[in-house]
Design a protein around this ligand. Structure first.
Ligand code: KG4
Ligand code: ZN
Length: 336
């Protein structure tokens, strides 16, 4: 069964067709990074307009690619057309920017109505986790570390449909911390990939930045950001920005790694899943790879293209845990 996924929660317009939640048949994505770079961050109104401009073209390209791959005509009779093979239309309806979410949601509603398929509304955070089902044998139960521009959470997935948030950030999200520190270092937007690159040439032990002392499985990154700011204000001589980037990255990843592994150990689970844009970070991936190689834990992480926002994860989430939604469903900006 093919599920059509649509994602427009921030600055990526994406659509994808996924078979049985695991196999990506066809996917298209346009990132607006270049558009927002000049503003130093995502401008919601600009993002929504851009989604509108590219949405239809992107869908057409995705359908064309799927027809070629599956040797199916787009239309055709009930058994022979690609559209007949689609089981549901899935779309992210939050959390995210309301204006951008509504573009994807309007498109999804229109398609669901026109094709007479169920509409499935998908939570963006859950979808990030489900990126790990694509091309993999992952099954619950597992512990998930979700690290994105807007969220930092440790979750326990006890089944495909049941999950609990066991810890989260009390202030900035980890991706937000990357973006803010990158701005301080003059690295521009988006900050995560820039810090990742610069940190590779720096010394992670040059500065002893605080991890953010919060009890249990919660996180705090605002103190770390302030510590980086103080260091930059108070230094004498030439500041080695690569050392600052490496030390900052080390402080973030150290605490993310430690708390996730603690959680898995306490729950007696040996499967750990990474998800979200910050899961693309090479130092974080290396830490978890080494853990996986040590043998006790099996670590799953999406390929880089499925760490950041995409539509394949939306289709996968809908397949495994989607709930049919009325065509009147709205979008929401923040998680529960
Ligand atoms: O999941 P995502 O694409 O969008 C949200 O749902 O927020 O995550 C975007 C975030 C941004 O903060 C970006 O700086 C961060 O992920 N990011 C990274 C890397 N690539 C993207 N952070 C650290 N290292 C990276 N390589
Ligand atoms: Zn995201």
């Amino acid at each position: 069964m093919l599920y059509l996924g649509i994602e427009t929660s921030c600055d990526e317009t994406a659509c994808a067709l996924v078979e049985d939640g695991r196999k990506l048949i066809s996917g298209r994505l346009i990132s607006q990074t270049e558009v927002h770079k000049a503003f130093g961050g995502v401008v919601p109104e600009v993002a929504a307009r851009r989604h509108l401009e590219v949405f239809n073209g992107l869908l057409n390209e995705m359908f064309e690619e799927a027809c070629l791959k599956l040797s199916l005509p787009l239309r055709g009779d009930n058994e022979n057309g690609l559209l007949a093979q689609i089981g549901a239309v899935a779309c992210t309806n939050g959390p995210g920017l309301i204006g951008t979410l509504l573009v994807g949601l309007a498109g999804a509603k229109t398609l669901a109505w026109a094709l007479e398929k169920p509409l499935l509304a998908v939570d963006h955070i859950q979808a990030h986790v489900c990126a790990n089902y694509i091309d993999s044998d992952l099954e619950p139960p597992f512990v998930a570390l979700v690290v994105s521009g807007g969220h930092t959470q440790i979750m326990h997935f006890s089944s495909y449909k049941e999950f609990a948030v066991l810890g989260q950030t009390l202030d900035d999200a980890s991706g937000e911390a990357y973006d803010k520190v990158a701005r301080l270092l003059g690295l521009g937007y988006p900050g995560g990939p820039a810090i990742d690159k610069l940190a590779a040439t720096g010394n992670p032990r040059a500065y002893n930045f605080p991890e953010g002392r919060v009890e249990g499985l919660n996180f705090s990154f605002s103190g770390l950001k302030t510590a980086v700011m103080r260091t930059m204000e108070n230094h004498s001589g030439v500041l080695n920005t690569a050392d600052v980037a490496a030390s900052f990255q080390d402080a973030v990843n150290r605490v993310l790694f430690k708390k996730t592994v603690n959680c898995a150990r306490e729950l007696g689970l040996n499967r750990i899943v990474l998800a979200g844009g910050v899961a693309a970070n090479s130092d974080l991936r290396r830490r978890f790879s080494e853990l996986s190689e040590a043998g006790t834990y099996r670590v799953y992480r999406p390929p880089l293209s499925l760490c950041t926002d995409n539509a394949a994860m939306v289709a996968s989430a809908a397949f495994f845990s989607g709930v049919p939604a009325p065509l009147s469903i709205g979008a929401y900006s923040r998680g529960a």
